[in-house]
Write a protein that binds this ligand. Structure first.
Ligand SMILES: NCc1[nH]cc(CCC(=O)O)c1CC(=O)O
Length: 315
């Protein structure tokens, strides 16, 4: 009898979409699956911003416990939500093909533009997005907007803000595309590391033949190179998801090179350090580490130190 792959996921609509996406990919190769919903701390605490909860693993810890205790075979996460360093004994075994990676502006008002100089109120809870909005469009106002996508859309509809900045990937998966009013350019508004891909996490003890079958059916090699490059950058930076860092790698299969644009920005958006590097794909992860060193040495370390100070004070 063929084993059933038990897929652990959070219960939000976006998380479930991702879990069913993985389930479909596995089913296409003849594997049976079962979805196991698990609530995480990040799902329970909705009244405080993530940077105040202490970001590390708020959306992942309970899923990882279930991996350790063999309640599930794999855990499915937005790659963006997975800390750059996984707990001992766990690994990422696959990354799905990356969706369009941009952040998008979402509004019921088609007239809204970030560049029209008006003081629109933009809802977001990401420190990166707040900082970048203030950096590139200082006349805008931002307001903290937590909750799942559906909650944020409701708050937008109620008029709590004029527009939201969100990852295209989530907006598309939840079928809100018709409300997208702009795609933000990735060269300035560089996304968070991992944005747009779904990651499959497993125990290193997962049976090798199972691991390989899952990997064959789910992993997208080009995406994997990019994501491992970005994650190497994040790991060396010691950022975490409440730090406004960003990174986007692109693999050029013709040249066999990887380009990485990455950086960090101060919380108020006044100081931004960003760079771009290119290397052969064999050196991609090393380039991620090199990028972090260069960013830290070019003022990034000072920005990081100040952010940590501010976040300690706000707790
Ligand atoms: N931080 C929450 C989160 N984690 C993953 C996504 C969207 C899907 C993705 O980027 O893979 C979102 C929502 C958002 O940032 O708008």
């Amino acid at each position: 009898m063929e084993d059933i792959i038990r897929i652990g996921t959070r219960g939000s609509a976006l998380a479930l979409w991702q879990a069913y996406h993985i389930s479909d990919l596995l089913a296409s190769g003849g594997l049976s699956t079962e979805i196991v919903k698990i609530e995480t701390q990040g799902d329970k605490i909705l009244d405080r911003s993530l940077s105040k909860i202490g970001s590390k693993g708020v959306f992942t810890a309970e899923l990882e416990d279930a991996l350790y205790t063999n309640r599930i075979d794999i855990a499915v996460h937005s790659a963006k939500d997975l800390p750059s360093e996984l707990p001992d004994g766990l690994e990422i075994i696959a990354f799905t093909e990356r969706e369009r990676v941009n952040d998008v502006l979402v509004s019921f008002n088609k007239e809204i533009s970030l560049t029209d100089g008006k003081p629109w109120i933009i809802g977001t809870s990401s420190t990166r997005r707040v900082a970048m909005l203030q950096h590139y469009y200082p006349y805008l106002k931002t307001t903290d907007m937590r909750g799942n996508l559906q909650t944020r859309m409701r708050k937008l509809q109620e008029g709590q803000c004029d527009a939201l900045v969100l990852a295209f990937a989530g907006v598309h998966r939840m079928e809100y595309d018709e409300h997208i009013v702009a795609y933000l350019p990735t060269d300035t508004f560089t996304p968070a590391v991992g944005q747009g891909s779904v990651a499959v996490e497993a125990s290193v003890k997962l049976e090798p033949s199972k691991r390989q079958r899952i990997r064959t059916l789910v992993n997208h090699p080009t995406t994997e190179i990019a994501l491992r490059t970005e994650r190497a950058y994040l790991k060396r930076l010691q950022g975490g998801c409440s730090i406004p860092s960003f990174g986007l790698a692109n693999f050029d299969s013709q040249e066999d090179t990887v380009t990485l644009q990455a950086g960090i920005i101060s919380l108020d958006g006044t100081r931004l350090v960003a760079k771009s590097l290119q290397q052969s794909s064999a050196n991609a992860e090393l380039m991620g580490y090199q990028m972090a060193d260069e960013i830290l040495n070019s003022g990034g370390a000072e920005i990081l130190r100040k952010i940590r100070e501010q976040q300690m004070l706000n707790k």
